[in-house]
Design a protein around this ligand. Structure first.
Ligand SMILES: Nc1ncnc2c1ncn2[C@@H]1O[C@H](COP(=O)(O)OP(=O)(O)OP(=O)(O)O)[C@@H](O)[C@H]1O
Ligand SMILES: [Mg+2]
Length: 423
């Protein structure tokens, strides 16, 4: 018997906006968004929850709007649970290589699971929780690049694993915000991973690429190779830092600085624009009666160093990670702050890679306004929920996490099961 609907929901708690997507999974690779709610973020700074009550209220508004929009399509079903992002700053990537003796037998699911279970060893009890266990590649004896080892025969199975842990305190705060809204938690997904799943096209993930999500308070980095996440990280700089620099540098309000950035901002001088003049409302003046003209080159001169700093920090992370070489030269830049003109040119120079701009792909039902780069994380959370639920670790007790909240994650397993049964 076919189950009528498989509804999943994603909650992106960002530094600038909080966004809820409700979607219907219609088949393998077919996800249609049926409800969207987003709202200016409250109680979040650089991805960290700094005011639980304010964050709870903002989440409530975003979820309510999404539920309202999805009402007809959900046919009276209530939204029960959500998958939530964990900011990259609150996650730690671990790379492991595990060998399992198979002594001439066929490789079974059990062998793979026993290898994956080693990822528990990276957890610092009381401080971190495992949030992703991703098999990043297999070898059998001398044969590398094996995609699906089950049923293959050899002496030794090697499993490369990307395990990602999240700081327990951050996870508890996220769980509390979700719980206060009477929602259960389907699991966590790190922001870099979610954005990374959303914006690549064709065989970019397979060939190797780096996805950089420039948000409001953070810039997230995800590196993929052979279709799997091999590294993720974040740096605590984003578009809000650019806005603050403009507000200080031009002595104007944050609101005006944001407007000026969006209208006239550029990450590097183009020569032609240098002579252009912009009007900057001085801070504290009730009525902006007298114009306050400044050359646009001054604005660019404020923005450029911050963008250079951001790419330098990203480069340092990539070089330290040891995956910079296998990541190749392909970079996809996404996130709300990626919309600043001139970013690709600077990024290309500093990272010495080929950069293109990216936005959510593979998700149906997104309008122009909600299909932009600021929504890559929310879209990627849906892809993760629909296609990667098996990467959510289970503890030996069968529970996903040891968090003190109702943690009952049937939905994701249900979606995977539903896909297997129906397709
Ligand atoms: N057209 C634009 N040009 C330049 N910057 C823009 C533009 N539109 C939005 N931004 C910037 O994008 C940033 C917000 O991006 P986004 O919505 O991806 O952040 P977030 O996901 O809430 O934050 P984070 O991921 O850091 O927690 C803001 O700093 C905003 O100024
Ligand atoms: Mg974001």
């Amino acid at each position: 018997m076919r189950v009528e609907k498989n509804v999943i929901a994603a909650l992106d708690i960002g530094s600038s906006k909080i966004c809820c997507f409700i979607a219907e999974v219609k088949g393998p690779g077919s996800i249609e968004v049926i409800g969207i709610g987003h709202q200016a973020s409250k109680g979040v700074r650089s991805g960290n929850i700094v005011d639980l009550r304010a964050a709870e209220t903002a989440v409530a508004h975003a979820v309510e709007s999404a539920e309202m929009m999805a009402k007809d399509r959900m046919q009276g079903q209530q939204l029960k649970s959500v998958l939530v992002n964990v900011p990259g700053m609150q996650t730690i990537p671990h790379q492991l290589s595990v060998d399992v003796k198979i002594a001439g037998h066929e490789v079974s699911e059990r062998d793979i699971n026993s290898a994956l279970a080693h990822s528990r060893s990276v957890v610092v009890p009381g401080k971190e929780e495992l949030i992703h266990v991703i098999p990043a590649g297999y070898t059998i004896d001398q044969t590398r690049g094996i995609q699906e080892p089950c049923g293959m025969i050899g002496q030794n199975l090697g499993v490369r694993i990307t395990a990602i842990t999240g700081l327990s305190s951050a996870l508890r705060h996220l769980a509390a915000v979700v719980g206060q809204n009477n929602l259960e938690l389907d699991g966590f997904c790190s922001t870099p991973y979610a954005s990374g799943l959303a914006s690549p096209v064709g065989d970019e993930l397979q060939l190797g690429c780096t996805v950089i999500d420039m948000g409001g308070g953070t810039t997230s980095i995800a590196v993929f190779f052979e279709g799997r996440l091999v590294y993720s990280a974040a740096v605590p700089v984003g578009g809000q830092h650019v806005t603050n620099d403009i507000a200080r540098g031009l002595t104007t309000s944050i609101t005006d600085a944001e407007r000026i950035k969006t209208l006239y901002g550029s990450a590097h001088t183009t020569g032609m624009d240098d002579s252009a003049i912009i009007d900057v409302p001085p801070i504290g003046e009730e009525e902006h009666s007298l114009p306050n003209y400044v050359p646009r080159s001054l604005l660019t001169g404020i923005i450029q160093p911050r963008i250079e700093e951001t790419f330098e920090l990203v480069r340092a992370k990539l070089v330290d990670s040891g995956v910079n070489q296998i990541a190749g030269r392909r970079v996809i830049l996404t996130g709300g702050a990626s919309q600043l003109p001139g970013l690709c040119d600077i990024g290309q120079l500093i990272l010495d890679k080929q950069i293109r701009l990216g936005r959510p792909q593979r998700i149906k039902g997104l309008a122009e306004a909600t299909g932009g780069p600021a929504f890559s994380t929310a879209a990627g959370l849906l892809i993760y929920a629909a296609e990667h639920a098996d990467e959510i670790p289970l503890t030996s007790s069968g529970h996903t996490f040891s968090l003190p909240v109702p943690f009952n994650s049937p939905v994701l397993q249900k979606v995977t099961h539903w896909l297997k049964e129906n397709w």
